[in-house]
Design a protein around this ligand. Structure first.
Ligand SMILES: [Zn+2]
Length: 179
């Protein structure tokens, strides 16, 4: 594995770029050549200074020979870096050109990573009570608890919350709420 500045080089970089000479300053950066398009005439991939996301950005935006799958990998690569350091990595240019994808995936990873902690018993009880109040207040039949589309909705926003069945809603919860 090639090392630059003591840090291991990620495989996305190692597999797709060849390291050239060092940048002539104290940055510790290198120039890189794209293994896909670097030998073509006037290629933007012939010599790229390795800084920020210039290498994955080359694959995403400038490389003539990168396969769609590789572009996806490069987006994921930038996204994962973004998760590590609070969003400082994606340049405005990068997020505007492929922003839809990045934003969408970022949201999904946020849900998976942070929002959907399993509910504690207390929280599940509270959620059930809130649901029951909503159902009563909005005059929704108890069978909504068994409704496939309602369950799909809950699965999307918080998969770990289990919607109580009609039976549980109308018997146990209603009794509990009355008390
Ligand atoms: Zn290239």
């Amino acid at each position: 594995m090639v090392h630059a500045g003591g840090r291991p080089v990620p495989s996305l970089i190692n597999d797709n770029f060849e390291r050239l000479d060092k940048v002539a300053n104290s940055s510790g950066r290198y120039f890189w050549k794209c293994k896909h398009c670097g030998n073509l005439d006037n290629s933007p991939g012939a010599k790229i200074q390795g800084r920020d996301n210039s290498l994955p950005n080359h694959i995403i935006r400038h490389c003539k020979d990168a396969a769609p799958e590789l572009r996806r990998k490069a987006r994921t690569f930038i996204m994962n870096k973004t998760g590590d350091d609070g969003g400082q990595v994606i340049s405005p240019a990068a997020s505007s050109s492929s922003g839809g994808v990045i934003k969408k995936r970022k949201k999904i990873s946020t849900l998976d990573g942070y929002v959907d902690y399993p509910l504690s018993d207390e929280q599940a009880k509270l959620a059930n009570i809130k649901l029951l109040r909503f159902i009563i207040h909005a005059n929704i039949p108890f069978r909504v608890g068994d409704d496939e589309y309602f369950r799909e909705f809950i699965d999307v926003i918080r998969p770990s919350y289990k919607v109580p069945s009609r039976y549980v809603l109308s018997h146990h919860l209603l009794d509990g709420e009355a008390v």
